[in-house]
Write a protein that binds this ligand. Structure first.
Ligand SMILES: [Zn+2]
Length: 105
């Protein structure tokens, strides 16, 4: 099987437009805005797009990576650690497709 092309990170505007399009056919009052956002995230991830990363919690390493359905997970190691990023369930390096390295600020 050919190597998968890197996924494209969507801008906040692109993702908002995708959610608006979904909300135009499934009213948030019927499904819930969060559920619609999750459906859009998973559907777009499947075809090569990553939803914008959330603000990272500054209490741990701020590295982020999309999981296997496109939902962001944050590293739970101490800030500034020098091994692979870890959540217990997920382990990755900064060169993983879609990964956002820890901020150094
Ligand atoms: Zn980390």
């Amino acid at each position: 099987m050919a190597a998968q092309a890197p996924r494209t990170l969507l801008t906040e505007d692109q993702f908002a437009r995708a959610v608006e399009a979904a909300e135009s056919v499934v009213l948030p009052s019927v499904m819930g805005a969060d559920a619609i956002g999750s459906v859009v995230t998973a559907a777009l991830f499947e075809v090569g797009f990553i939803s914008p990363p959330p603000p990272a919690d500054p209490d741990t390493c701020t590295a982020l990576v999309p999981d296997d359905r496109g939902f962001w997970v944050q590293c739970l190691e101490d800030p500034g650690h020098d091994d692979r990023h870890e959540t217990g369930e997920w382990s990755w390096t900064d060169d993983h497709d879609g990964a956002v390295p820890a901020s150094t600020g």
